[in-house]
Ligand binder design. Structure first.
Ligand code: PLP
Ligand code: ZN
Length: 434
């Protein structure tokens, strides 16, 4: 049944064996399918790890492009010329000021708020999905999105010359809608929540013959998230951290960082090590955190209500796999409320100079909560994944971050304003002291 992709390009044989059901193990060709016909389980890409072990070295990766495509051998594409818009290789920042504030010793931020081209981690998954879509012969690509995915799909489709039609919930932030429309796709703003958008898209996928990056192309799309694991390992000097904290929407990203680490161990690129995986959700949409807390092995769908719209998926496709990863690695899944999310955004900005969106605020707030609860050891080398940019969700912090001091273009006006602001600062401090 397995039909390996055996295209031989310039001496390099693709390392993809095909698709495999995560539940029953049934094998399929690497086509535009995502559900097992026998058990309805999700399909995942399977690789020939012996071939990878033989052909990939640290040096061969480092000699590759400065993008996710340096890991091409671990990604489900055949072409030597993938769609490369500079996605990936975002900074891994040593976050000393935030670490000190929280009482940690060695903290890093993986900063996908500056991922190219649309400033969220979704550019990784879309670069892979659209490269595969093109190989499979699709000319129109689509997605069901909570915002960032629509930005990425529209931008990268424009670059690749593919037709594009995206679906979003109608109530998204202005920056997410504008940041999609600018690329000229067809945008369907659906009057409903993400889970309703997704259900509609499953029907459209069956009738239009389009490549939906997160539906019929989902096995390829989700593999793109593994690069968040590879890059951290490489940027830490070919070593794995002790603990990672990442946001959960469908749960895919979380499980694929895990798969990325495991693959690097399997092919000998890094030493074996157990890494604890902790996940972050917004209280107003926390079905995975609830299941974790109640020790359930199923996820009860919820109706989302939170400012963290990019991670507001009430019925998460990979929820049970995310639970499994957190449990078997000794991690946790926590949730925080909207006020804590805003505080998390401010904390990261004020300590590290990184302006993240609500999903990042959620992750930082959960990091803080886990440290305070003793669930992250100060001695652990911890990596926090910041997955999106704050300029896209400006309305979330409007009214919570003060205002500029408006002055006349005169020196004495400036001096009076400065005195006033210093007095206010002193008052603030006095309040802290009482
Ligand atoms: C989509 C998204 C996530 C989570 O994605 P999943 O893989 O569905 O869990 C996290 N952060 C941001 C900013 C996102 O847009
Ligand atoms: Zn199956």
């Amino acid at each position: 049944m397995t039909q390996a992709i055996t295209t031989q390009n310039q001496g390099k044989i693709s390392t993809v064996k095909g698709l495999k059901c995560k539940e029953c193990g049934a094998e399929y060709e690497a086509k535009a399918i995502h559900v097992c016909e026998f058990c309805f389980g999700p399909l995942e890409v399977a690789y020939d790890y012996d071939a990878l072990r033989r052909s990939v070295t640290r040096e061969s990766i480092q000699a590759g492009p400065n993008s996710i495509w340096r890991y091409r051998a671990f990604l489900p594409v055949e072409t030597e010329n993938p769609i490369d818009v500079g996605t990936g290789m975002t900074p891994l920042v040593r976050a000393n000021r935030l670490a000190r504030r929280l009482g940690l010793k060695k903290l890093y931020i993986k900063n996908d708020a500056v991922n190219m081209p649309t400033l969220s981690f979704k550019d990784r998954v879309v670069s892979v999905a659209l490269t595969r879509a093109r190989e499979l012969g699709f000319t129109t690509v689509s997605c069901a999105s909570t915002g960032n995915l629509a930005n990425s799909t529209a931008a990268i489709a424009a670059h690749a010359g593919l037709d594009c039609c995206v679906f979003i919930p109608a109530d998204l932030e202005a920056g997410k809608i504008l940041g999609t429309l600018i690329y000229g796709p067809t945008v369907m703003a659906v009057q409903g929540n993400y889970d309703q958008v997704n259900r509609l898209c499953c029907e459209v996928a069956n009738t239009q013959g389009w490549g939906f990056v997160n539906i019929n192309l989902r096995p390829y799309y989700s593999e793109g998230s593994k690069t968040l694991g590879y890059e951290v390992a490489e940027q830490l000097g070919w070593e794995l951290p002790d603990h990672i904290v990442a946001p959960l929407a469908s749960g895919s990203l979380f499980t694929k960082i895990y798969k990325g680490f495991q693959e690097f161990i399997k092919v000998g690129l890094v030493a074996d090590k157990s890494v604890r995986f902790s996940g972050a959700q917004a209280e107003g949409c926390s079905p995975i955190a609830q299941a974790f807390r109640e020790n359930r092995d199923f996820v009860q769908p919820v109706k989302p209500s939170t400012i963290a719209k990019s991670i507001a998926i009430g019925n998460p496709a990979d929820g049970i796999y995310a639970l499994e990863v957190a449990r078997k690695t000794g991690g946790n899944i926590e949730s925080v409320n909207d006020a804590e999310i805003i505080e998390g955004m401010k904390l990261l900005a004020e300590t590290e100079g990184i302006f993240t969106e609500t999903a990042g605020g959620t992750t930082i707030a959960v990091l803080k909560k886990l440290v305070e609860a003793g669930k992250i050891d100060p001695e652990e080398t911890t990596v926090v994944y910041i997955t999106g940019n704050g300029l896209k969700t400006q309305e979330a912090v409007q009214g919570y971050i003060g205002e500029p001091l408006t002055i006349e273009p005169k020196l004495d006006s400036f001096e009076r304003a400065l005195e006033r602001s210093r007095t206010l600062e002193r008052l603030d401090w006095q309040q802290v002291l009482v």
